[in-house]
Design a protein around this ligand. Sequence first.
Ligand code: SF4
Ligand code: SF4
Length: 345
Amino acid sequence: MDFDQLITFMKGTLSNHDYEQFIFIFHGGEPLLMGIDYYQKMLILQDLCKTKKQKIKNIIQTNGSLLNDDWITFLKTHSVSVGISLDGPSEFQNKHRKYKDGRETFDDVIHGVQKLKNNDMSVGALSVLTEEVLSSNPYDFIKFYQENGISNLGLLAERPSTKKSIDSNDTNDFIENRNRYASFMMKAYDDWLGMDDCTFNIREFSDILNSIIGGKPKVCIFNGACVGHFFGIDSSGEVAHCDKFFDDKRFCFGAISEHYLSDIVTSDTFLKAQEIETEIRNKCQLCDWFSICKGGCLYEAMTYEKYGINDRINYCHLRKIFDHIYNNIWTELNLSDSRLKAEMV
Ligand code: SF4
Ligand code: SF4
């Protein structure tokens, strides 16, 4: 997004005084390529546009390869959080995440992680669990992050391409992939608990635990209705419901240069998108975990439907993970009172 678009975007977004908390996440491509000047001007812009009540948090999701002393000083001074995109040890990272010229990225990314750590910055990482990772040992995989000083790890299921048409073989492959993801996560959960390291958080697990005991989860996927709470804006200034929806016109709301946030959230397209979301989430109502999970990630639910799976409850990978963690809690607590269990859900 060029700076003129950014000005329109910030003005249009922060002028909506119904919203008091904003989290801006810069990701996709390599956001550090925009340079420090760009973000410096953006911070000034935020300060100029926001009201006293509005709170702003900025996060940069990067591969970390460009982190140098200047960046560290800037990020620390302005409390900008950094998430590192790191798909695991070198054999996994280098296979899928290469520079445009084909060079491997692993060494540079780890260098960036070390740079953050050496400057006492907390390091979060997002990892996509590719097919290769799902065939690996979950303990070794998460241990790699722990050993590299990652304090907060997100473990994402791989997203199938939105472009290709789908046949029944693809549906079977998709179900198989989600089953493998669930198995990996359940084993990783047991291993994570076994590590007994409160400085090493895996956000999906702590969010599920937190939700089960009545707390508020942090990641969007366990927070219920998300249309209107998250927006994705691409480099051309197009606005969609979160970054996963630019290919779905039902969830695209026009150019930020032409529409303020307040116009977007009252537009027919937006209201229709909310209706679609409600309809999809309601299909989960019979699930035991609905009161906590609220239907999970909307994009994931739509992916199940795209693969022809309309009775998602019978296949849902999240449900398996919830069941596993829940049963584990009861085993750990050595409690077997089914009445108490029923009250908890
Ligand atoms: S669709 Fe999924 S990723 Fe996007 S905001 Fe909703 S829960 Fe989050
Ligand atoms: S079926 Fe899956 S996504 Fe839906 S509420 Fe249950 S656990 Fe959540």
